[in-house]
Write a protein that binds this ligand. Structure first.
Ligand SMILES: [Zn+2]
Length: 307
């Protein structure tokens, strides 16, 4: 038993050392990078301490501040979602070191713990809202079709508060853009075209009710999309849509404006890894992680998500 644990421990150390070395190599290549791609970072919750019970991905407030401070001190340009979209459309150029801060779902802690830091450093950000949950203190149950608002506590996987209208207005007046993450955080590929339209247009309308106008951007719940979803989004007035990591294979044939990648930042990301992720070759590191995960999923027989 002890031998098994020791072997697992040394395996983990080896993995960490390999990851560190790979990052150092990418950072060394940075000096000769011909051009830098603008990086969109994806956060979910920002909390002072670990949440009780299960939660979607989260970072500590102290980590978030460290990361924003690093970007600020390294002279990164903080791009807004409009700038990123126009850059992707080829209409504007961006400074070589550009980063776009995004949050998915619209948790209240974005206002309580992230917003003061964004404000202090004058950093623009984008929050993609699950609009049916605005102002709710909801118990969420994970269902194969996506999130379901659970009626009883014992059936819920997670309970949390979502941004209220007044918090959204306050943040919007101070550099935060609000865009769509759908109405109810369902898996879009399971919906009919009519349901998709209702999800996208309905969430846009709700955002317009709160902040006056809905910017033409969205992020896909669970990062999942396909050509039909992209087409319906475009028809519904969306100009740019954000995914998460792009799959290395089985990538749907959609215009790149409807498949903009983001790099997810989870809690406990070591600072060397964060530097690596926001570097010119950060996407290479990100994709290597995805490829490894997919390989692991294949070997362990787990089912692929139909992207
Ligand atoms: Zn989400």
């Amino acid at each position: 038993m002890l031998e098994k644990e020791a072997a697992a421990g040394s395996g983990q150390k080896l993995k960490l050392a390999a990851r560190w070395l790979f990052c150092q190599a990418l950072l060394a290549m940075e000096k000769t990078a011909p051009r830098r791609l603008a990086v969109s970072l994806l956060y979910h919750r920002v909390l002072p301490a670990p949440p009780s019970g299960y939660s979607v991905s989260w970072v500590r407030q102290s980590e978030f501040e460290e990361q924003i401070t690093f970007l600020k001190e390294s002279d990164y340009h903080f791009a807004s979602v409009s700038e990123i979209c126009e850059w992707a459309e080829g209409r504007v150029s961006l400074p070589r070191r550009s980063v776009h801060i995004t949050f998915d779902d619209g948790f209240e802690d974005n206002h309580t713990y992230a917003f003061p830091i964004l404000r202090k450093h004058c950093v623009p950000a984008t929050v993609f809202l699950t609009t049916d949950l605005i102002g709710e203190d909801a118990r969420i149950r994970y269902d194969p079709s996506g999130w379901v608002v659970a009626q009883s506590e014992e059936r819920a996987n997670m309970q949390c508060r979502f941004l209220s209208e007044s918090q959204i207005k306050e943040m919007n007046a101070n550099g935060v853009t609000f865009a769509s993450h759908g109405r109810i955080h369902k898996r879009l590929w399971m919906m009919s075209v009519a349901e998709l339209e209702n999800e996208i247009i309905g969430s846009q309308r709700r955002i317009a009710e709160v902040v006056g106008a809905a910017p033409p951007f969205m992020s896909y719940p669970f990062g999942e999309f396909n050509a039909t979803i992209a087409r319906v989004a475009e028809r519904s007035g969306i100009r740019c849509a954000f995914a998460v990591k792009l799959p290395l294979w089985r990538r749907p044939a959609v215009d790149q404006l409807y498949a903009l990648p983001r790099i997810g930042i989870g809690g406990g990301t070591p600072s060397y890894m964060f530097r690596c992720l926001v570097s010119s070759y950060g996407s290479l590191y990100n994709l290597s992680q995805t490829a490894w995960k997919k390989r692991h999923e294949l070997l362990s027989g787990s089912v692929w998500r139909p992207i």
